[in-house]
Design a protein around this ligand. Structure first.
Ligand code: AMO
Length: 450
């Protein structure tokens, strides 16, 4: 890679920290951010961070040691030096490039950083969550924080691979709509040129309208929920990973999303081994995913935990924790599928179970104590869909374009949606979903505290 601009020499080839392992004894030019400075009199060290990781730089001459001693954390520097193997006693086994260092002979400051508002030097960035989020553009630079988003990227990659495997077409859908997609009160109104519009609560209606066109579609979409409470698992803006599939039945859907979940998580786990180790996370239990109806799950909770939740219409956060712990113990699986939620508790497009219409052909997947996916077989017959819209007190007229897709030939279909931040949170054992969103939005924050 060659520098393109700034005060850098067009002809200089920049090496990355990761390249240096294979270039022992050679001269290299590195560039990146000063992570930590350690001054010991005539010798001064610092860790330089680039996109491949961090590497130790030693300022060997007295002059350079002085320059290094005066560096600020996050200064952007260019270093020329020789790659050296460290003496055994100085090898740091905890970092990937801990067996080498760069003996620097020149150093240029490309961009000076002000004094950081907090110390970035430690292995962990020890800050209260609000402070961490107030300084998001800085706190994300800490390797332990950015690692969360490397894992998130590998989850997205795994999801895309599964979408490809199932031959789905990627679509990009609007986030402004004339109606609320999921019903309920958790919707953000938008003043749209003086008309009323809403931020979409999910890509749901658009992905369904695309089934008669491509049969199988997928999308990664932003979804907006005007959550009126502050919890550790809800955001006002989330990222949904969606599939919508034509010519499929309930059993086919269950098989498909379980395969997608396992394929995606296995990919992410393999791609993130070192990070997961640094977070002390045990391997995901991938035994065959057990399936229970909501009623069966409630009986299990009653028997195993002596809590009687059998008359409840949904699982509470504690129910989700309990059923997951029980499944992990009995089946060795970190995932469990729950089906047949009450029809009334699910969105209008959910197909009631023909055998018992009080319950629906719906499902959730729970992962390590939290719901990460939900979906259903859909009502694909026009008349039934209009009736379902009406029973929710909604006006079918507002759904004209959506309903058009059903009037003119909609096959049996269904789909599902994963919550990206929840998966990231649970893969890494994070206590709060805000840590798993680059720039989280909630009742109290849109970048700045409200
Ligand atoms: P649902 O509303 O269950 O279903 O959302 C799907 C998944 O998205 C995640 N999620 C959230 N994550 C964080 N904060 C929130 N406020 C939040 N809301 C949802 C969860 C959840 O499982 N259209 C349907 C899906 C479908 O039927 O295809 C839907 O949106 O992980």
């Amino acid at each position: 890679m060659y520098y393109e601009s700034g005060n850098m020499n067009q002809e200089t080839k920049r090496a990355l920290a990761a390249d240096c392992l294979e270039r022992i004894g050679q001269e290299v030019t590195l560039a990146g951010w000063v992570q930590t400075v350690r001054a010991h009199g005539k010798i001064a060290f610092f860790d330089l961070r680039d996109r491949s990781g961090s590497i130790q730089i030693v300022g060997v001459s007295e002059d350079l040691a002085k320059v290094v001693t005066n560096l600020n954390q996050q200064d952007v520097v260019e270093v020329k030096g020789t790659v050296k193997k460290r003496k055994d006693a100085f090898v740091n086994p905890h970092t990937p490039f801990g067996s080498i260092e760069i003996a620097a002979f020149s150093l240029a400051i490309l961009s000076k950083a002000e004094t950081m508002p907090f110390d970035m030097a430690g292995k962990e960035l020890v800050l209260e969550l609000p402070t961490l989020l107030d300084h998001r553009s800085l706190s994300l630079r800490h390797p332990k924080v950015s690692a969360i988003f490397s894992v998130q990227a590998s989850i997205l990659e795994g999801f895309r691979k599964m979408a490809e495997k199932f031959n789905c077409t990627e679509i990009v859908v609007p986030t402004i709509a004339n109606i609320a997609t999921e019903g309920g009160a958790e919707v953000f109104p938008v003043d749209y040129y003086g008309h009323k519009a809403y931020l979409t609560q999910s890509p749901q209606l658009y992905k369904q309208m695309m089934v008669p066109i491509f049969e199988r579609v997928w999308t990664i979409a932003k979804a907006y929920r005007a959550e009126s409470s502050v919890t550790t698992r809800h955001l006002a803006e989330t990222t949904q990973l969606d599939f919508e599939i034509g010519f499929i039945n309930f059993e086919g859907l269950l098989d498909m999303f379980e395969e997608v979940a396992v394929g995606m998580l296995k990919h992410a786990e393999n791609a993130s081994k070192a990070i997961l180790r640094s977070f002390n996370i045990p391997p995901i239990g991938f035994e065959k995913i057990p399936r229970f109806t909501l009623s069966q799950a409630q009986v299990i909770i009653f028997k195993a935990y002596k809590r009687d939740v059998r008359s409840q219409k949904d699982l509470s956060p504690q129910d989700e924790i309990d059923i997951c712990a029980w499944v992990r113990k009995e089946y060795g699986s970190d995932l469990v599928t729950i089906t047949h939620f009450p029809t009334k508790k699910r969105a209008f497009y959910t197909m009631p179970d023909p055998k018992n219409p009080e319950f629906s052909l719906s499902y959730d997947v729970l992962f390590r104590g939290v719901e990460i996916l939900s979906g259903s077989q859909r009502i694909h017959e026009y008349d039934k869909l209009v009736a379902a819209i009406k029973t929710r007190g909604l006006d079918p007229k507002a759904f004209d374009m959506y309903l058009m897709a059903f009037r003119y030939g909609m096959p049996p279909e269904g789909g599902f949606s994963f919550g990206l931040e929840r998966i990231t949170m649970k893969m890494l054992g994070l206590p709060n979903i805000r840590q798993a969103s680059l720039f989280p939005r909630d009742m109290e924050r849109v970048d700045e505290r409200l």
